[in-house]
Design a protein around this ligand. Structure first.
Ligand code: NCD
Length: 362
């Protein structure tokens, strides 16, 4: 597992140049305009969907995307009905499925798990969400929505509100939007659910403006885009900790009245209570449309990967340091003990290639 083949996987959007994302968005735009033109584009191809964690939109939009391209699908959405329930590790399950399918889509509750699968898979692997870490195809969905609805990915003031600590869609979207000039970021959360340091590092390195605030109402008038998120109950250590955070941010008609008329409200969904249902009828509420863009951009992604449009990349950068353990207890390397410990960087601070968290070395 120390040697790796280069492949067109999608684990983290930032592995690829922005020009590649823009081509995907262009193709997505063409598909939105005339989806039927692509109805046989993946005829004879099979997509495997391995969902170890609940999903409605991501799974079904991937499946309908492949069906609308003329391909077929296999997979599971409940690991309890697969050999995972018998104790099979990620390596074996994904090795087998990637031998059956031409492209594999995987969601898993542990950070770095999809990258771990890509290390040994025999077909391209797409990350459909790995724990609280990343969710690149939601980001493609968000980028297509912004491009189609705002007409630009630049010069936007974007507010992210809710669970910025555990929300993988937030992490991926901030990483992506920090690659475009003149964007500003308003991070709205309680201190307990603030953005992880490794994402703040990305913002600092970009040189773009960002601020952390706790009050949504005070800043809503500044925003061009408001990205609301669910408090990620399943990622909390206890019910008490979750209860202390739930219900802190609720977007309702009264707060929305203070926003710009051309604000757009996005949400990766599912919603719990963070957007009052009354907001759904406001023209600024775009989250249902956003979910539909998700299907179109996934059609573009599947087509691009199946056709090999892009430069294949090695799965891992850096080096194996087998004696060093990742400092993040939620990293896949602590669960799947056979994995090589890949880190990038030198000296006393190494960065885990699976989960991107820093590890300090003596
Ligand atoms: C998100 C996810 O799974 O991270 N949902 C999605 O993919 N559309 C957001 C969430 O679960 O809150």
């Amino acid at each position: 597992m120390g040697n790796q083949n280069s492949r067109l996987n999608l684990i983290d959007l930032n592995d690829y140049p922005v020009s590649w994302w823009l081509k995907l968005l262009e193709l997505g735009h063409r598909i939105v305009s005339d989806p039927s033109e692509y109805s046989e584009a993946c005829k004879g191809k099979i997509m495997g969907t391995l969902f170890y964690e609940p999903s409605t939109r991501t799974q079904m939009s991937f499946q309908t995307a492949m069906l609308r391209l003329g391909g077929t699908i296999i997979g599971f959405d409940n690991p309890a009905t697969s050999s995972v329930a018998k104790g099979e590790n990620i390596k074996d399950t994904t090795k087998i499925v990637s031998g059956y399918a031409d492209i594999m889509v995987m969601r898993h509750p542990v950070a770095g798990s999809v990258k771990a699968a890509a290390l040994t898979a025999d077909c391209p692997v797409i990350n459909a969400g790995d724990g609280g870490h990343l969710h690149p195809t939601q980001t493609l969905t968000d980028l297509l929505t912004l491009k189609e609805e705002k007409g630009t990915l630049e010069g936007l003031t974007i507010g992210f509100c809710g669970d910025l600590k555990n929300g993988r869609t937030v992490h991926s979207l901030i990483k992506a939007m920090s690659c475009f000039p003149d964007n500003k970021f308003v991070l709205i959360s309680t201190p307990e659910l603030a953005l992880p340091v490794y994402i703040k590092d990305v913002l600092s390195a970009s040189g773009l403006e960002y601020k952390e605030v706790t009050d949504l109402e005070k800043v809503i008038g500044e925003l061009d885009v408001l990205y609301m998120t669910r408090i990620q109950r399943e990622r909390f250590a206890s019910d008490e900790e979750y209860e202390a955070q739930s219900g802190n941010y609720i977007l309702d008609a009264k707060k929305l009245a203070k926003s710009k008329l051309d604000l757009i409200v996005l949400h990766p969904l599912p919603r719990v209570d963070e957007i009052a249902v009354e907001v759904d009828d406001d023209s600024r509420a775009l989250y249902f449309k956003q979910a539909k863009y998700g299907m179109y951009i996934r059609m573009a992604l599947i087509l691009t990967i199946i056709n090999g449009w892009g430069t294949p990349l090695p799965v891992m950068k850096g080096k194996i340091h087998q004696h060093i353990e990742c400092s993040n207890p939620k990293c896949i390397t602590h669960q799947e003990r056979y994995l090589p410990h890949w880190f990038r960087g030198e000296g006393t601070t190494l960065v885990c290639e699976y989960c991107d968290e820093r590890t300090l070395v003596e």
